[in-house]
Design a protein. Structure first.
Length: 349
């Protein structure tokens, strides 16, 4: 009986080895097929904003390295409109042949879908994510003229002050609504500015005390000594903003309520979606695997990383698999928090 058992185990082991061999061979064959498919092809890369902005600059920065690792030519295609939705809708509806990818304003697209905003024809969970270039680090920048040397000064302010924002429901608006609610700020939220640069001009004149925005967009005015960053998003402080507290830290200082903490966690989750790169639903698995590997290699290319460091471009890479979880988690909120965000995005708060 013992000898028969050993023979059975040996036979089972052989079967396992053969299966592993054939599965490995199949995976290798698919990788080789994908490499052959992409060699010399044109990959269309949709950018849902005008040339010259942050999304466009990131795409142009990484495109040569994505080309390097795919063997394809990368053709950038700017499709601005509807706050980024036009380009994202077009990406979602593109052929699933693996020859179209795009960069997405992840947090905005999640919130647009959450609210069911008119014109959102995509399903964020159905995109095939290649990975994330950077998470959005949001910062509160205060005008030097208004005397807010720290966020504590803003919390303790006795008089009302003005915060500038672009359109109702936009990220600069939602940021201000969320943080204003959590810290019970005496803010008067002025919205309707055409752009962040127009808000900064108002800050120069002393008409507006502060504004929310991305760390990158605030950098120039901070470097020029016109504004000062007094608060930042993120679970940890950015090395470039080592002396600036995070929202998470400040919540501990003010003993924020459980509901306020839920609100900030949801807000941070949206920021974590950041700027991912995706292909349309239905992209074949073997092509997706190849594109993900090429994107990972591009994001970790030493030359690419050096250029980012030299130009002050933040990078916070996440894999395609990690992005599936990040995007899904961002869309799941407690009912009370979801209702708050819907009100904020619709401009009702």
């Amino acid at each position: 009986m013992k000898a028969n058992k050993n023979k059975t185990l040996t036979f089972a082991s052989c079967i396992a080895l053969l299966m592993a061999f054939f599965l490995g061979s199949n995976a290798q064959a698919e990788t080789e097929d994908a490499a052959a498919f992409y060699k010399g092809k044109n990959i269309r890369w949709i950018v849902p904003y005008d040339p010259g902005g942050g999304y466009d600059e990131y795409a142009r920065l990484i495109a040569p390295y994505f080309a390097k690792y795919t063997g394809a030519r990368i053709r950038l295609d700017n499709k601005p409109g509807a706050g980024g939705m036009r380009g994202v809708n077009e990406l979602f509806a593109s052929p699933d042949d693996g020859l179209t990818v795009g960069i997405i304003n992840g947090s905005a697209m999640v919130t647009n879908q959450l609210v069911g905003i008119q014109g959102a024809k995509y399903k964020i969970e159905e995109f095939k994510f290649l990975g994330r270039i950077v998470a959005d680090r949001r910062v509160l920048a205060a005008s030097i003229k208004d005397g807010f040397a720290s966020f504590e000064d803003m919390i303790d302010a006795k008089d009302e002050f003005k915060i500038g924002a672009t359109g109702l429901g936009g990220s600069t608006y939602v940021d201000a609504v969320v943080i204003g609610e959590v810290f019970k700020l005496r803010q008067n939220l002025i919205h309707g500015f055409d752009s962040s640069s127009v808000i900064r001009q108002s800050m120069l004149r002393g008409d507006v005390a502060a504004m929310w925005g991305s760390a990158g967009s605030a950098a120039d005015s901070v470097d020029d000594g016109l504004n000062k960053v007094i608060l930042q998003s993120g679970k940890q402080r950015s090395p470039d903003l080592a002396d600036v507290p995070t929202v998470m830290e400040m919540m501990d200082r003010v003993n924020a309520s459980a509901q306020d903490r839920d609100l900030v966690r949801a807000w941070q989750g949206l920021n974590d979606v950041g700027r991912p790169v995706a292909s349309p639903p239905g992209t074949p698995d073997y092509k997706l695997a190849f594109l993900r590997e090429a994107f990972k290699n591009a994001m970790n290319d030493p030359e690419f990383l050096k250029i980012c460091a030299d130009t002050g471009r933040d990078i916070s890479f996440a894999t395609g698999e990690e992005m599936n979880t990040i995007a899904s988690d961002a869309a799941v909120m407690p009912d009370a928090v979801k209702e708050f965000f819907i009100g904020a995005i619709k401009g009702e708060l």
